[in-house]
Design a protein around this ligand. Structure first.
Ligand code: ADP
Ligand code: MG
Length: 359
């Protein structure tokens, strides 16, 4: 049961292509995120689903209906904008009731629905406030209530928490997640914040230059990024560029451009063998190693396929963990994330070993 489907959708603005051939299938009840850097086409994609933009080519399907030529107000979707877009001259109650009045519901129906919506976002006491009399977080809740009051099948959220400070943002993330569970609606959220996407979504589409680079669960995207861009964009990572040497099943040996020999796992171990993916030896590859997979010690560890001598170049204390940069003898610099232990806090002269398993 799909809720939203995009088929080979393109959007061109005055000769500039903002969305280029996007294919997406979003399931009913899913919390789905579109994640990517600023300008990659996220908002345009969402506006195509909402109906504020018409595709230059391709099909937009909502609830099994081709909606290319259906206006926004007749689609079973509602949008929460980053800017909230509340009416400043109306109080909270009227802001929320506005859409229902246009739909010509009776006063009793409107009253019930607005009350429910206010309760959902825990703003019962704020009905007579004006937007200027509320904090960013409160305005955000009102914007959510205004979208939910229409009882859409799909809620579209464009950087919904983007204007909030970090602490409030974390709180609202939890509330969004609760709201999603409570309502069982399909949520499609656009964000450039990878942590937000990873923590809230059931699946994520990573977008770049108008195209989708990878779609998967947060775990798949983080643990098995399919392109260097995805690996780098989702969290920190160490990228090694080099040529593949012999390979066997899913483990490959790579000689990096700086002359290191490293062992790595090809893609998702369940799907696909390296021997299917690489036609020849010496093909160029990029290996991604997450900072938290790398360990550091003063003594050489036994039996690690990847183990290199280096020096501690930089240590950043982060509270629960320590972020360090280790420079290897080869000149490669490794970003390493360690639990907060004193062992790693050594000076830049002491030789040490950085090592990791095959990942
Ligand atoms: P994002 O939300 O990922 O930051 P957008 O979808 O807003 O990206 O924009 C993608 C690209 O399309 C950008 O280059 C932007 O300048 C362009 N664009 C978006 N909307 C319009 C428009 N109405 N007219 C012309 N260009 C636009
Ligand atoms: Mg945007």
């Amino acid at each position: 049961e799909l809720d939203v489907e995009l088929r080979k959708v393109f959007k061109v603005f005055n000769g500039e292509t903002a969305v280029r051939g996007v294919d997406l299938k979003i399931r009913q009840g899913e919390f789905f995120s579109i994640l990517g850097p600023s300008g990659c086409g996220k908002t345009t994609t969402l506006r195509l689903v909402a109906g504020f933009e018409q595709p230059s080519a391709g099909e937009v399907i909502v609830r099994n209906q081709l909606v290319n030529h259906i206006p926004p107000y007749r689609r079973p979707v509602n949008t929460v904008f980053q800017s909230y877009a509340l009416f400043n001259h109306m109080n909270v109650w009227d802001n929320i009731a506005f859409g229902l009045r246009i739909k010509k519901l009776t006063n009793a129906q409107i009253e019930d629905r607005v009350r429910d919506a206010l309760q959902l976002v825990k703003m019962e006491g704020f009905a007579s406030r004006y937007p200027s009399q509320m904090s960013g977080g409160q305005q955000q809740r009102v914007a959510l209530a205004r979208a939910l009051v229409n009882r859409p099948s799909v809620l579209l959220l464009d950087e919904p928490l983007g204007a909030l400070d970090l602490k409030l943002r974390k709180e609202m993330q939890v509330e969004l997640s609760n709201l999603h569970q409570e309502l069982g609606l399909t949520f499609v959220m656009v964000t450039h914040d990878q942590e937000e996407a990873l923590s809230l979504s059931q699946r994520i589409a990573v977008m770049r230059d108008g195209k989708i680079e990878q779609i998967g669960t947060p775990k798949e995207i983080y643990n098995a990024p399919r392109t260097p861009f995805v690996a780098d964009f989702i969290g920190d990572t160490n990228l090694f560029r080099g040529r593949i040497f012999p390979f066997e099943r899913s483990t490959i040996q790579v000689t990096t451009d700086k002359g290191l020999t490293i062992f790595a796992q090809y893609g998702d171990p369940k799907n696909g063998k390296a021997s299917d993916a690489f036609s020849s030896l010496r093909e160029r590859v990029v290996v991604s190693v997450r900072p938290e997979k790398i360990q550091v010690s003063l003594e050489e560890p036994d039996n690690y396929p990847n183990c290199f001598e280096g020096r501690m170049k930089h240590v950043m204390f982060m509270g629960t963990h320590v972020q360090c940069v280790v420079e290897l003898v080869s000149g490669d610099r490794l970003l390493v994330s360690q639990p907060n232990r004193p062992e790693v806090l050594v000076d830049s002269q002491t030789p040490l070993y950085a090592f990791w398993d095959v990942h």
